[in-house]
Design a protein around this ligand. Structure first.
Ligand SMILES: CC(C)(COP(=O)(O)OP(=O)(O)OC[C@H]1O[C@@H](n2cnc3c(N)ncnc32)[C@H](O)[C@@H]1OP(=O)(O)O)[C@@H](O)C(=O)NCCC(=O)NCCS
Length: 201
């Protein structure tokens, strides 16, 4: 039996470490290809620890963490994530940012990913100061050598959650791919959904 629970405000270290381990496991696959290590994760997670309005949604199978998803006010995220919105004239105080959704393969296709989106949207709406939700997805060329032949992009899943791709709002995040020697910048394209602070209907 899977239990899904949101943790907000002060996040328990145990849950953040569970999230870090899942990110390293799940993001090793295409399109992220992230060659993760705990040092990078500690720095990444600090942003969530420091934001009083962040949320981590955790999926538990018994006491095992099998999935997790995060969000925080964009104004509390790092400069590389905020800047593309500021450059387009948006007020970052009115935007809530979704960090990631990561779920062990054996648990996919049961609606858990949908619930990650619902929990985070509920939290963002409850804070009552956001007009937009956003997240970004990595951009990889269609002919990338590590793209599996059966790879299905998540675009239709995201559209069903009410998100649209921005025309040209992109950011760069640096990490080391599994086939790289050093970290390099990766382009990520932002998606968005308007909410205007109304209660989740
Ligand atoms: C993104 C991710 C978390 C989605 O998780 P998921 O639990 O498999 O997704 P869901 O089961 O909620 O939804 C997937 C589909 O199954 C459908 N579904 C919902 N409930 C279902 C159920 N009970 N049984 C079967 N399918 C169901 C959903 O409607 C959705 O359909 P759609 O793709 O046509 O929209 C997961 O694929 C993942 O971890 N991917 C790798 C990491 C990643 O790329 N993350 C996103 C970037 S941060």
């Amino acid at each position: 039996m899977i239990k899904i629970q949101s943790f907000t405000g002060s996040l328990e270290r145990e849950h953040l470490l569970g999230l870090a381990r899942l990110r390293i496991e799940v993001f090793r696959d295409f399109p992220y290809l992230y060659d993760g290590h705990m040092e990078y994760e500690e720095e990444y997670l600090q942003t969530y620890i420091s934001s009083p309005d962040s949320v981590v949604v955790v999926a538990f199978d018994g006491d095992k963490i099998v999935g997790a998803s995060t969000g925080l006010p964009l104004e509390h995220d790092t400069e590389n994530i905020r800047r593309p919105w500021q450059d387009k004239g948006f007020d970052v105080k009115k935007i809530f940012y979704y960090g990631e959704s990561v779920l062990r393969k054996a648990y996919r296709g049961q609606g858990i990913g949908v619930r990650f989106f619902e929990h985070r949207e509920r939290w963002a709406r409850q804070l009552s100061r956001f007009d937009l939700l956003t997240f970004c997805g990595v951009v990889r060329p269609d002919d990338h050598p590590l793209r599996p032949p059966d790879y299905v992009p998540l675009d239709s899943f995201w559209r069903k959650r009410g998100f649209e791709k921005t025309k040209d709002i992109v950011c760069n995040i640096s990490w080391k791919d599994i086939d790289e020697e050093y970290e390099t910048d990766k382009p990520l394209h932002f998606w968005y959904k308007k909410i205007n602070g109304k209660a989740l209907g």
